[in-house]
Design a protein around this ligand. Structure first.
Ligand code: BG6
Ligand code: MG
Length: 219
């Protein structure tokens, strides 16, 4: 039986994944680096610094840690400027309703995001109240695909057993993290980008909640 539902934030509850992309794109364009949507998929779920490293490796570039800190800070400024304009129009359709349905069944919900901006997004959209536990990039020492993030969510949900948890993720690194934690996983978004996900939805209405609670399968 599934008793705990764990949600990633960017690309699962809210379309802030496109703002992360635009932040990196602005930095890359200024610096003359190659960066596109294909490379961007590799950044999903990955920490800010590791994302920068993936872009630099892709371009065959090396910088000092001080320079890298400056690049990461600049991207974060661009991202936060985009967050200033965030509204409920940015919510993934059906996500809030789905989390509400889960909660109305008496089941526990957690948010597990690698982002250090997650609290800001939750507050801006007033959706922090939807989660019994929140884990963000500030709590983590290891980035997805390491299972640390979801293990911490389960711990904060009162030591939920992994096989009673299901994780919703738009990132391949996040699916791998959930499976490494011994949890069930549901991919959200484009199945072609999530080869390790056993099951993928593009709309929350595709989920049969009773079946998911019973078996960890969406239908
Ligand atoms: C994840 C995003 O949720 O958070 C990544 O999928 C992002 O794209 C990461 O790099 C870290 O976010 P932030 O806000 O701490 O730079
Ligand atoms: Mg995500």
């Amino acid at each position: 039986m599934i008793r705990s539902f764990i949600f990633d934030l960017d690309g699962v509850i809210v379309f802030t994944d496109r703002y992360h992309y635009l932040g990196w794109k602005e930095l890359a364009d200024e610096e003359g680096w190659r960066f596109d949507q294909t490379l961007n998929h590799q950044l999903r779920g990955v920490s800010r610094m590791q994302s920068l490293q993936i872009i630099l490796d892709h371009n065959g570039l090396e910088f000092t840690s001080q320079q890298k800190d400056e690049f990461a800070a600049r991207k974060n400024r661009y991202y936060q400027a985009l967050l200033d304009g965030i509204s409920t129009d940015d919510l993934y359709p059906g996500a809030v309703e789905f989390v509400g349905r889960v909660r109305s069944r008496g089941l526990r919900t957690a948010l597990g995001s690698s982002s250090r901006n997650a609290d800001r997004v939750l507050k801006a959209l007033e959706i922090d109240v939807l989660f019994d536990a929140v884990v963000t990039g500030h709590d983590l020492t290891r980035t997805k695909p390491d299972p640390q993030i979801f293990q911490l969510c389960a711990q904060r949900l009162g030591d939920a057993p992994p096989d009673e948890c299901v994780v919703f993720e738009d990132a391949e690194s996040g699916i791998e993290a959930a499976l490494a934690a011994g949890m069930h996983a549901v991919g959200v978004g484009d199945a072609a980008q999530l080869p390790n996900a056993e099951q993928v939805i593009s709309e929350y209405t595709e989920i049969d909640l009773d079946t998911l609670i019973e078996s960890g399968r969406i239908r």
